[in-house]
Design a protein around this ligand. Sequence first.
Ligand code: GLU
Length: 562
Amino acid sequence: MPDPDTPVIKTRFAPSPSGHLHVGGARTALLSWAYAKGRGGRFILRIEDTDQKRSSRTAMEGMLRDLRWLGIDWDEGPEFEDCGGGDNGPYFQSERLDIYQQYLDQLIVEGKAYYAFETAEELDAKRADARQRGEPYRYDRAALDLSLEAVNQYRAEGRPAVIRLLVESGEITIHDEIVNDAIIPAGELDDFIICKADGYPTYHFAVVVDDQLMGVTHVLRAQEHFKNTAKHMLLQDALGFRRPTYGHLSVIINPDNSKMSKRDKDKALRAAARENGMTESPTALIPQDAFAAWLKNKDQQLELNQAVVLADVLGIELPEIDVDDFRRSGYLPEVLCNFLALNGWSPGQDIEKFDNAFLIERFDLNRVNKAPAKFDRAKLLSFNLDALSEMPEDDFVQRVLAHAREFHPEFAEQFTDEQLDLIARCNKARSKTLNDPISESTFLLTADEAIEYQDSKPIRKAMHKGDGHRHLAAVRGLLEALDPFTAESIEDVLTQYAQQHTDGKLGVVAQPLRIAVTGTTVSPPIYDTLALLGRQRVLARIDRCMSLRVGLPDEPIRSTEP
Ligand code: GLU
């Protein structure tokens, strides 16, 4: 029987829907979810959309989809697929304005908060004064000198007003379950704004009211909010609310110690544009003046669709930053969750690979790391490779097909279901991501006469020293006559040929074939590769490779036949 005096553990994830779900946010959501689930608790998803200018419905829906993709579900929150609902809604802050108003009114009536009417210019002047005196700026409480009549009159006139909290002096100790406790000295915090002039509560106010009314017992969030906690504590005291337990998660950093941020995409693009001497916008999607301004200003960000097109023109891969980036790149959600949890937490005993069920069972705040977590992409990729190679083949095929249809429909459309199945299957052993079978198969779609043959040592070795052209000529005839033309029949005929002519060494004949049909020395197993291309295209490519004398010296050589 649950003890009625012990509140149910409740955690929440409270994203502001102003962009894509960043991996840092995803980690916060994952750990908050795991914490609640592992303790018979509930996990809430709350959308913090009071900044109307920056919030968008598309961003919000993208976040819900990304969370579901990661396997994170919520007991309370926006209704989406099989999640959401709950008795403590609405779960969009923009729909809770009347609730905030009640508590703002309460603070005003109790004299714990007050209206202030300074304009932005007046406040700027006060800030400039403080700077000149070499003092940190604190609001000077000038509004407290206004009489009640004056306040009422200004409000009746419709003068824009903010509401400020009357901050009690005294030091504040922030107690945190992850990082060390911190003392904010008396006088450090001024009477901060809790309601903006447009009538919307500030983030601090809304978060405190919601955490109370939604019964949140544990707040896990990014370390950048650590100092905000002092403000939240002051508000909780003023409103007579209980205090949740806090845990602040370290930042996620790049291997070069820079903060992993959504600006990294722009950083990579800017560097590539400079390297290429690009000064004009290469796409109508980015107007020229916007392009020039973006190139100069490292704080400016392109829209994602602009960034994608520019990356394509520059021939670079955008670094993955958001959950959606990793999804598109073909990472498995279970691997991303495992990896994100490891970014800042470890179960100990050298355990590195685990699933969400294990995380739920084992996650605890005392093994969360205080230090910044380094995002090791190579490790993530190797986790993904391992998971793909351990996956049963049929599951792998299903996932590759779903991935291809969602993210590369123009590729998937070119093939029958059977061909797609074979493309996935024959790439399983080599794939690091679900994208690999697709990116490794572009040679299938290249026109026969457009296959490019490079002049490389392995190619010369296979074609010249290994007598590749002679083998090509010989197997060409066998392939032409082969019926049916399937991976199995091709395997039979090539193995037989190798037994009769190359001491059973299949590579001696497979490699020239591979070069002839793909232009390179790496491809999926040769039988599958040829079967996928079909007889006509295989023959056309062999003929072209032979007539171009690929891998042979310029001078005609004599046959090495005795
Ligand atoms: N909306 C805030 C954010 O996205 C939430 C901070 C919090 O968890 O209190 O950073």
